[in-house]
Structure formats: C-alpha cells, structure tokens
Design a protein around this ligand. Sequence first.
Ligand SMILES: [Zn+2]
Length: 181
Amino acid sequence: MNLKEKMQRRLKLSRPSLRARARPPKHRTALGAQFTAANLPTALALQHCKHCGHTQYPPAELCSICLEDQLIYQPADGSGVILARTELHHSLWEYFKRRLRQGSWPVCSIALDSGPVVIAHLGSDHLNAGDPVRVFSHTDASQQAVLIAVNATVDISSPEARRGIVSAMNLDIPAIKEDGL
Ligand SMILES: [Zn+2]
C-alpha cells in the first residue's frame, strides 16, 4: 500500500462524508444482534416469555413483567396502529444526511396488537396517528434488522414482497457519493 492509499484509507475512516458508500448504523448490542439473527427467517419475530406469555420489545435479558429469564423468539403478528408519526429532517449520520437531501424521512411509533410499542421506518405515504399498519423486519444496507411499517392493506406475506418495499425505500443499498473514496 503506497502513501496515497494509506492517506485515503485514513480519511475514509475519519471522515464519513468522503466515503463513496455510506451505510446505516451497523452497531448493535449482543441483544440487538440476537434480534437480527432471530428475524432473518421470518417477517417478524419478537421475544416471548415462556413463564408468563408476555411479548416484549425492545429485546431484554429479563421479562419486564415477571423478571424470568426464559425468553424465546417467536413469530409475531405485525398488525398494529400508529400512535404518532414524525419526520426526520436532520441527522448527524452520513447515510441519513444523504438520504435527507431527497426529502424528509418518516418514522412512526406503533402499538402492536400483540402488546409492545415499536418504532419503525414508515414505508407507505399518507399514514397518520390512528391508521392501521403492518410491521415487519428486514435487513438494511448494513445487514442489521430494522422495522418497517406499511399500510395494513399492503401484502407483506412473501419475502419477495417485503424485499420490494425495502428496495423502494432504498434501505437495502448504501447512499452513494459519486466522487467519494
Ligand atoms: Zn414473563
């Protein structure tokens, strides 16, 4: 590796704004990594307490109701209702900075019928508080599970349908800078 390549590599590490490809945050706790792994084969899997039957999100080491530690991931119904919707207009993360140049990024909190409240990227337009939605998980461009909410009428039954929604949101590809490092 010559000096120029070394300097470019260092710049790429220290200046995310110069990167050719910016990706969403990839760092997760051990529990977050477990959530990603559990959600790979299914539309949505949530932690379920074997002792009291409570379904919880975000993942934790103990059940938030009975404090037992026997938690397993089970496929969950993603049906729910939007509690609140907001739009991201500013971010310190390079991936979102680039995405936000094309428009604001909608995010919402959802009360799932199965109990927990989740925060998700909003994949359908014109949805507001009180509207029924479906939530599913999908890997983003950093190969980590993120939650996506779409109109309850949208078909999310097949992996292809879910992949199509994620692709339409450009969540599965890095944000490109043409002359980046
Ligand atoms: Zn429990």
